[in-house]
Design a binder for this molecule. Structure first.
Ligand SMILES: NC(=O)c1ccc[n+]([C@@H]2O[C@H](COP(=O)([O-])OP(=O)(O)OC[C@H]3O[C@@H](n4cnc5c(N)ncnc54)[C@H](O)[C@@H]3O)[C@@H](O)[C@H]2O)c1
Length: 276
């Protein structure tokens, strides 16, 4: 029960990574406000988790919704200890020269402005309590180039930068701010990105597995939920402004077809450092 007595708000919690995290947090003793624009899925999830979860409609691009979402944690469960700014879409795709300007702005609104609003309206509650953990969901596309559409990469780099700046600002109030950068993870979002069909989870699982540097293992939502559990819990009490990459090693430059290090790095072979 690593989150016993804690109250969490998770945006985009009706599906994918947010949903897995809501379930994991409840298993560990937290109460969770499930914020999302998908009312039916969100209500079904909170019903499934009994009194430990409550659905609240929230469009993260609407400041009033986000403010009320944070307030609802305090009015329903008595405090606000953890906020995970997770809601997202893939958004505008394609070559930069044909990227539609209004779609670019609309994508930034959800991924970056929505994260800003989540932090802005969580902070006053946590400052009053003198404690709190804010977790922003970035992406590997936010730590290196070439791994996502232009606006997605721009927004996620923005999320990493915002995380570090706010971490430096809020730490004096006992609030930690970290982010997670998942690699490809089997969810409706990634099925929509790869297959243009958010329900094609089985097919996309095979693609994600084949692209992963780790043998025969696709990234799955519980991987990110477990990382979030660490950042949400008191175990990470001295971890602040960190970007936790959960990508099977993709951003190290590893690919599934790389030869073992001992073959690709002669100096290791000479030193007899096989298997590093
Ligand atoms: N799946 C991946 O491979 C992957 C990789 C890196 C980062 N991420 C990030 O993880 C987060 C969760 O994505 P996922 O893969 O679980 O996708 P998902 O589609 O399964 O879940 C996203 C949720 O966000 C909600 N949402 C969308 N717009 C919203 C809005 N305006 N207000 C409130 N809720 C909104 C959706 O309704 C949905 O429930 C996103 O920020 C995404 O960018 C995903």
């Amino acid at each position: 029960m690593r989150l016993e007595g804690k109250v969490a708000v998770i945006t985009g919690a009706a599906s994918g990574i947010g949903r897995a995290t809501a379930e994991r947090f409840v298993e560990e003793g937290a109460s969770v406000i499930v914020g999302d624009i998908q009312r039916e899925l969100g209500e079904e999830l909170s019903k499934q988790m009994g009194g430990s979860a409550t659905f609240k409609f929230c469009d993260v691009t609407e400041e009033k919704d986000v403010k009320e979402l944070m307030e609802s944690a305090v009015s329903t469960y008595g405090s606000l200890d953890i906020v995970m700014n997770n809601a997202g879409i893939v958004g505008s795709r394609g070559p930069i020269s044909s990227t539609d300007a209004s779609e670019f702005k609309a994508t930034l609104d959800i991924l970056l402005y929505g994260t800003f609003l989540g932090i802005k309206h969580a902070a006053p509650h946590m400052e009053r309590q003198k404690s709190g953990s804010i977790i922003n969901i970035a992406s590997t596309a936010g730590v290196t180039g070439g791994l996502g559409p232009h606006v997605y990469a721009a927004a996620k780099h923005g999320v990493v930068g915002l995380t570090k700046n706010v971490a430096a600002e809020l730490c004096r109030s006992g609030i930690r701010v970290n982010c997670i950068a998942p690699g490809s993870t089997v969810t409706p979002l990634v099925a929509a990105a790869y297959m243009d069909d958010h329900e094609a989870l089985e097919e996309v699982s095979e693609i994600v597995r084949a692209k992963s540097p780790i043998l025969n293992r696709p990234g799955i939502p519980i991987d990110v939920a477990n990382a979030a559990l660490y950042l949400a819990s008191d175990e990470s009490g001295n971890t602040n402004g960190h970007c936790l990459v959960v990508d099977g090693g993709l951003t190290t430059g590893s690919t599934p077809n790389d030869p073992p290090h001992s073959d690709s790095m002669p100096f290791l072979r000479e030193a007899g450092q096989h298997g590093l």
